[in-house]
Design a protein around this ligand. Structure first.
Ligand code: FAD
Length: 108
């Protein structure tokens, strides 16, 4: 079975990198494709209990993915990651810094 920690670290890198390269203003097609990706991702992520909770999170009215702009998507993903941080007892990340961490870059 996959190492949940290693898989998670790599996957967050992938997901936040998606936000960092997402269009500043997304077309309706780009928005729809990202929503489709997140829906499929939540069904096939190789940690099944992680996937199940993530699927519940993206389906809830209050926490549905926001994908109109790069800023909105980056913030939403940061909040989704913070939800997992709380669940696993990790420190919350300051979402005002997501762009510095994942777009402009700093050493972890
Ligand atoms: P990670 O949480 O992997 O984060 C990597 C780096 O991202 C951090 O070092 C930090 O620089 C940065 N970062 C931290 N928080 C944020 C944020 N909010 N926004 C932007 N950047 C941030 N593990 C479980 O044990 N149970 C679960 O249910 C679970 N569900 C998961 C669901 C998903 C969708 C994913 C992708 C992972 C899940 N994981 C789960 C794995 C878990 O989130 C961590 O990836 C893993 O514990 C490794 O943690 P880490 O300390 O290396 O940092």
């Amino acid at each position: 079975p996959p190492d949940v920690t290693e898989l998670g670290r790599s996957t967050w890198t992938f997901l936040h990198s998606l936000a960092a390269t997402y269009p500043v203003t997304a077309s309706t097609t780009q928005q729809s494709e990202m929503l489709q990706f997140l829906t499929i991702f939540s069904k096939i992520y190789p940690c099944w209990f992680c996937a199940k909770d993530f699927k519940t999170y993206i389906e809830k009215e209050e926490t549905k993915p926001k994908v109109k702009t790069q800023e909105e998507f980056g913030r939403w993903l940061c909040e989704a990651h913070n939800e997992v941080n709380r669940k696993v007892g990790k420190k919350e990340f300051d979402c005002g810094l997501w762009r510095e961490r994942w777009k402009d870059g700093w050493d972890d």
